[in-house]
Ligand binder design. Structure first.
Ligand SMILES: NC(=O)c1ccc[n+]([C@@H]2O[C@H](COP(=O)([O-])OP(=O)(O)OC[C@H]3O[C@@H](n4cnc5c(N)ncnc54)[C@H](O)[C@@H]3O)[C@@H](O)[C@H]2O)c1
Length: 385
């Protein structure tokens, strides 16, 4: 096996930087503000939070000058000349902020998870349809250069048999995570499940999951889980994770093994990719923007070129479905079939949607598969499943 590393200069003129508003000045909002300060792709022109002093403090402490701060997205957009919105609010506020952005006519890059439930996520797909706007989900852990190398290796292993991810961490993050239901599956595993789809191109069909809270856990709900997913073409995905395991901790990206027809590949989640295959396999480690900077680069490129980014909301539904199916399986002890879950979620989306135009659009799809594989920004991820 050989690995080559590209070195590449990124040069984008500052006047090409897209003016953006960040909504949400919490912990992750600060990470976005810091990243934007040196981004060649976008620049911060506005910051919105319901907590105005918090937003003002964030701008001051992060030395972000010339930034319009406020509690109203409409007003901050009007006063700042923003051309796009980055939604870094808590999951329960994602819809209202995305809706406001789309109704103003701006594309939005929204933090994961796109919604707290699948029906709420499906409603946002129809909202994007109705407005003709773009909602891209920032699944930032797709953007790691060694993940790209692993993906290349996996594409050369022939048919796949088994993929495993181990994620063992000890996170102390006071706030909503330590109080929420399923802090591992909902807040963290979505990254790994999404990366699985990205690496293999296989889509989830069903899952059997067990989730529990170890006796010493500092989380209110299940911080540990194991799950076995059946994927398209008979591939199995075996997941084991914990957010309260102090010792032999893995990377935030997890530790990956992929076993195929012609060999196997491993990624430690950081900077080590290893391939053991019948033939010599060459992979390149690119030097692209990583993590949220990579996500932003993909978003700006798609807005500028009017193309559909790979993490457009439609595509992300399958990643969220893996999370929700795993949580349901853990609660019932039963295997959960993803197509059944999606059909039930679609019916609930229609039954609970508050906007007439969005409800009518949902009903007009006829089926969830039709809705997720069509539309202006549509991709065909679930149609493949
Ligand atoms: N991609 C990653 O690796 C990663 C890492 C951490 C967090 N996140 C995601 O980022 C998001 C924010 O997480 P956080 O840790 O910063 O949360 P946080 O609680 O620290 O901050 C959220 C902020 O949103 C504000 N807010 C809530 N509702 C609002 C509304 N309607 N309008 C304007 N502001 C509103 C709150 O006042 C708060 O300041 C979550 O979706 C989380 O899952 C992603």
């Amino acid at each position: 096996m050989s690995i080559s590393t590209e070195s590449q200069e990124f040069a984008v003129e500052s006047n090409e930087r897209m003016p953006v508003v960040v909504v949400g000045a919490g912990a992750m909002g600060r990470s976005w503000i810091r990243m934007l300060a040196s981004s060649p792709h976008a620049r911060l022109v506005g910051l919105v939070d319901l907590d105005l002093p918090l937003a003002e403090r964030a701008v001051l402490e992060e030395a972000a000058s010339g930034v319009i701060v406020g509690t109203s997205l409409e007003e901050v957009v009007a006063n700042s000349g923003a051309e796009a919105v980055i939604n870094v609010t808590v999951p329960q506020a994602h819809r209202i902020v995305n809706e406001t952005a789309l109704l103003i006519g701006l594309p939005v890059l929204c933090e994961k998870p796109i919604a707290e439930t699948l029906p709420a996520a499906i409603q946002q797909v129809a909202l994007a349809d109705v407005t003709g706007g773009l909602i891209m989900v920032s699944q930032s852990r797709r953007y790691f250069n060694h993940l790209s190398a692993l993906r290349q290796a996996v594409s050369k292993l022939g048919a796949l048999g088994t993929v495993t991810t181990d994620f063992f961490h000890a996170d102390h993050e006071p706030g909503f995570r330590e109080q929420m239901l399923h802090p591992l599956l909902v807040d963290m595993s979505i990254h790994h499940f999404d990366a699985l789809r990205h690496i293999t191109g296989h889509e989830p069909l069903s899952v059997q999951c067990s989730a529990w809270n170890p006796s010493w856990s500092w989380y209110a709900s299940n911080a540990s889980a194991t799950a076995v997913f059946e994927l398209t073409d008979g591939v199995r995905y075996v997941y084991a994770g914990s957010r309260c395991s102090p010792g032999l901790q893995t990377s935030w990206n997890g530790s990956w093994h992929v076993y195929g027809e012609h060999g196997a590949a491993h990624w430690d989640g950081d900077h080590h990719v290893e391939v053991d295959a019948e033939a010599d396999i060459t992979v390149d480690v690119p030097s692209d923007y990583e993590n949220i900077a990579g996500s932003l680069a993909a978003f700006v490129e798609s807005v500028r070129n009017n193309t559909t980014p790979e993490n457009e909301i439609r595509d992300n539904i399958a990643s969220l479905a893996m999370v929700e199916a795993a949580a349901l399986s853990a609660a019932s002890g039963e295997r959960v079939v993803i197509a059944d879950l999606l059909a039930a979620s679609y019916a609930e989306a229609i039954a609970t949607e508050r906007r007439d135009d969005v409800r009518e659009r949902l009903a007009a799809w006829g089926s969830v598969e039709a809705g997720l594989s069509s539309g202006h920004w549509g991709t065909a991820a679930l149609a493949r499943a």
